[in-house]
Every structure is written in C-alpha cells, then in structure tokens.
Design a protein around this ligand. Structure first.
Ligand SMILES: Cc1ncc(COP(=O)(O)O)c(C=O)c1O
Length: 350
C-alpha cells in the first residue's frame, strides 16, 4: 500500500497486473481481469455473452440482486429458475425447463460459497448454445470436482467487498481461460480503449470499471494470507456445526467429494412453521444480531413492480427465503461467543 502511495501511480500502475497475476495463480485461472466491483464484473460478462434487449438470462432467485440485475443493465430479461433446497443453488432440471429460443446465458451463483452444479449446467449450455457465467462472488476458495472455482474455463466473477473472504474495499475480478474474452474485459473496463489506442481513442463502448492501484495492492496483501483466512473461517464453521448438534435447525450442507465450500456466511434453516422474525427478535434482545439471509430476488419491491412477480412462482426459493437465518460469522469469532449464540438460538427455537 505505502509503496503504491509513494509511487504516485494510483491507477493503471503496476499494482493492478501484480494483483491479477497472483489472483489468477491462486484460483488456477489462465487470465484475471480486476474490476471495480463484483457487480461490474457481472455486467461485463453480459457483454461477453453478447446479451442485449429481447434476450433472456436464466439465473437464481436465491441470491444477491446483482446476479439478476446484470441482465437488466443490458436490457435483457432475468428468468428465474428454482433452486435445490439442499444446496440453495440453481437446480439444473429447473434451468433446463426455463430455456427458450431467447435464452442467451445462464448466471449460476455459488451461493454462500457452495459451488453450483457446473457440469450439468455446462452440458446444458453446450446443448443449447448458451454462455455460462459463474457468479463466484461469495466463493473464493471453493472447489468443484477437485478444481478451484474460477479455474473451470468459463468466466467466473469474484467480489471483494469487506464482508467477503478477502477484501480490496470495493473491488472484483473476472477469471477466464479465453484470451479473447480477457482482452475484451480489459478493454471494456477501461472505457473501451484498445491496447493499441491512445488515451482519448475508444475502439468500443465501455465503462470505467477499473480497480485502482491502492485497492489492488490491498488485494495482493490479502491474497498472501488468504489460506489463513479461509482456514480460520472453516474452523469457526466447524465449531458451529458441533455446537448446533441437537438444536432444532438445519445446519449448512456438508461438503462432499465434488463440492468443497468456502465459508462466506453461516446460514441455518429453521423448522417449517417456525416464526423466523420472532426468533430473530428474541436473539437480538439477547445481543445476537442475525440476518434473514436471503430474500428471493423476484419478490424484491422493484422486481414485483416492474415484472409483476408474485409469491408462489418459485416455491423452493421462497420457502428457503422464509426459513433461513444467517448467524454471526467472521474469521475471528471466538468459541465463547459461538457458544453464547447457540445457547440463545436453542432457547429461541425451543
Ligand atoms: C452473489 C453475489 N453476487 C454479486 C455480488 C456483487 O458484488 P459487489 O458488491 O462487489 O458489487 C455480491 C456481493 O455481495 C454477491 O454476494
């Protein structure tokens, strides 16, 4: 950071490429383009997929809004397919049923850091000529079938907002195995400049989605300790798993040989019929802050208003949205505090 400050190169200096190289190496990607946010990365991927007005983009309703908004930025329609209640990720059968002749891309989210069903989704993309974009904003450090998220070849988007596994303040990155996609990303994030053109010559319509050098140097420092951060988060999650045995909530899905989660949040599912708001209120009375994580995107006020979406359209997502609760979670959470959280939760659901 200090080196960057003293260098006087606060943007488009050497810190950006240094961070990109280390990030690509960390996730095993051929190329990495750093961007100003995860949302910016998702938007650029819509341009990679040539998504435009009249097109449809299939995505998950159980996500942060940016994974659906990116289609709207390009005038396309987000089409929500329902999720698998176990993984909270897109159900490939529901995705297949949602494909029409207008479908251009699938934005598959690795929600809560649990990798989505890449192989079936990639097979669908191949069969129907669609582009797969992976929203890995919550999943840095996760892996699918033994390979890190971000290393599977298709574009994968990461985010570095401060609540993420690592941070650059604001920031994001897009990895891809394709040289031409990478070149397009680098141009689009830099106001459409071409590598060969001068500062005021713009070969295409672009954006200012650059990551500045201070943020990039912070990112490099964070990557150097990423393994420690990920291990600490996994320890905290394991302690919750143990402490919650016997409490009437469903803990997060365990890893299996094909899916290794990176811990972003620790979300439990309450029993059917439980009054989540009342439980959250009892928890906060005892000093335990939780979040009703995540609301279904199609039921967000602006989505209802614009498209007329209503309850009942995506029953699995809606049921999960009604019953999931994020517990306090960060890499330095101590055992005593976790014991307290679980004691209060046990009493509240009991
Ligand atoms: C699943 C998902 N997608 C996209 C984003 C957007 O990232 P950013 O906040 O960096 O724009 C987030 C951020 O929380 C996210 O969780």
């Amino acid at each position: 950071m200090l080196e960057t400050l003293r260098s006087g190169r606060l943007s488009l200096g050497p810190a950006g490429p240094r961070f990109e190289e280390l990030f690509a190496e960390t996730v095993g990607a051929r190329h990495c383009a750093a961007v100003s946010s995860g949302t910016a990365g998702l938007h650029l991927c819509m341009r990679l997929a040539d998504v435009g007005p009249g097109d449809e983009v299939i995505t998950s309703p159980y996500s942060f809004v940016a994974s659906a908004n990116c289609a709207l930025y390009e005038g396309a329609m987000p089409v929500f397919a329902d999720i698998d209640a176990r993984t909270f990720n897109l159900d490939p059968a529901a995705v297949e049923a949602a494909i029409t002749e207008r479908t251009k891309a699938i934005v598959a989210v690795d929600i809560f850091g649990y990798p989505c069903e890449l192989d079936p989704l990639l097979a669908l993309c191949k069969r129907h000529g669609l582009k797969l974009v992976e929203d890995a904003c919550q999943a840095l450090g996760a892996s699918y079938k033994g390979k890190p998220v971000g290393s599977h070849g298709h574009p994968a988007v990461f985010a570095f907002y401060p609540n993420k596994q690592m941070t650059t303040g604001e920031g994001g990155a897009v990895t891809t195995a394709s040289q031409s996609e990478h070149e397009l990303l680098v141009s689009l994030r830099n106001q459409g400049r071409l590598e060969t053109s001068s500062w005021l010559m713009h070969g295409r319509f672009g954006y200012n989605y650059r990551l500045d050098d201070l943020s990039a140097s912070l990112g490099t420092a964070q990557l150097e300790k990423l393994n420690r951060i990920l291990a600490a988060r996994a320890d905290v999650a394991r302690r919750y798993d143990d402490l919650l045995a016997g409490v009437d909530v469903e803990p997060p899905l365990a890893d299996d040989p094909d899916h290794v989660r990176s811990w972003f949040v620790y979300v439990v599912k309450l029993p059917r019929g439980a009054d989540r708001d009342a439980i959250a209120a009892r928890l906060i009375e005892q000093g335990v802050a939780t979040a009703p994580y995540l609301p279904s995107i199609h039921l967000q006020p602006y989505m209802r208003e614009r498209f007329g979406f209503r309850e009942g359209m995506l029953p699995v997502s809606e049921d999960c949205s009604a019953r999931t609760l994020a517990l306090p979670f960060h890499s330095r959470l101590e055992r005593d505090d976790q014991e307290y959280v679980v004691d209060v939760l046990r009493a509240a659901v009991g």
